[in-house]
Design a protein. Structure first.
Length: 260
């Protein structure tokens, strides 16, 4: 089922909001995050000749999503949500709750724990939504039928049991999906499925694009991602290239499974 572009909220996707030195491109410091969100919500992104693309101008809201569900969010996110009044959704790999991010190559440079059970409950009580990010943060397109069923169904059940809330949204790890994954997500009871690419007008409700924010992004480049035209095409190319490079972590995990 396709979703009307004009009726869709703008969904941003972040990963880490850490201070200090980190490895990789998925971290955005809390200070930069707050500044960027203020600019988006107020319609004051630099580099735009007009504000027609701004969410408020189109009657569209902003949802801020976080993939991977890292523990530091329990300290950083609630005060930001209170100050800026935005809707947050955290996509959590259910089998990694309370564990380190050993699946990610950045683990070898800076170990980062995933949210534990009490932190997830605290964030839900603070107003954050929760969605599935699979069980083990695997590339779902490489899973067998039974593995795919396990990743999608068991993660949903574990998160519902933990939070007492309905979990009907899924973010595909590494943004990777295909028709088989979409169908499995539909059969598992999900209503929305998210990728890590810019939205398109013909997005399926179980293959929705988001606006990814990386360490190198500036308010001006984010404006380009939100503005139809040549700038958006350039940003789409950059985003697609970055997503293809995530294959390094995918292959690292496949080698680990091969040797264990």
């Amino acid at each position: 089922m396709t979703v009307s572009d004009s009726s869709r909220p703008i969904v941003l996707v972040f990963h880490k909001l850490l201070t200090g030195l980190t490895c990789g491109i998925t971290n955005y410091s809390p200070r930069r995050f707050e500044s960027l969100l203020q600019a988006i919500l107020s319609g004051n992104l630099p580099g735009s000749p007009n504000s027609d693309h701004v969410p408020d101008k189109q009657g569209r809201g902003v949802i801020v999503s976080f993939d991977d569900g890292y523990q530091h969010l329990v300290e950083v996110l609630p005060p930001l949500m209170e100050r800026l009044s935005f809707q947050a959704v955290i996509f959590i790999p259910a089998g990694l709750i309370g564990k380190m991010n050993r699946w990610d190559y950045s683990y070898y440079f800076r170990k980062t724990p995933h949210l534990d059970r009490s932190a997830i409950r605290f964030l839900v009580a603070a107003g954050a939504g929760v969605g599935s990010h699979g069980v083990s943060h695997r590339d779902l397109t490489s899973c067998s039928v039974l593995e795919l069923q396990h990743e999608l169904e068991n993660s949903r059940k574990a998160l519902e049991d933990l939070t007492g809330r309905v979990v009907d949204q899924v973010s595909y790890p590494f943004g990777r999906y295909n028709e088989r994954v979409i169908q499995a997500a539909r059969e598992a009871g999900y209503r929305s499925g998210y990728t890590i690419r810019l939205p398109r007008s013909d997005d399926d409700s179980l293959a929705l694009g988001r606006v990814p924010i990386y360490a190198f992004d500036t308010p001006s480049s984010v404006c380009g991602k939100l503005s139809p035209g040549i700038r958006q095409k350039v940003e789409r190319f950059k985003t697609d290239t970055v997503n293809r490079l995530s294959g390094g972590t995918v292959w690292l995990n496949r080698l680990r499974r091969f040797h264990t």
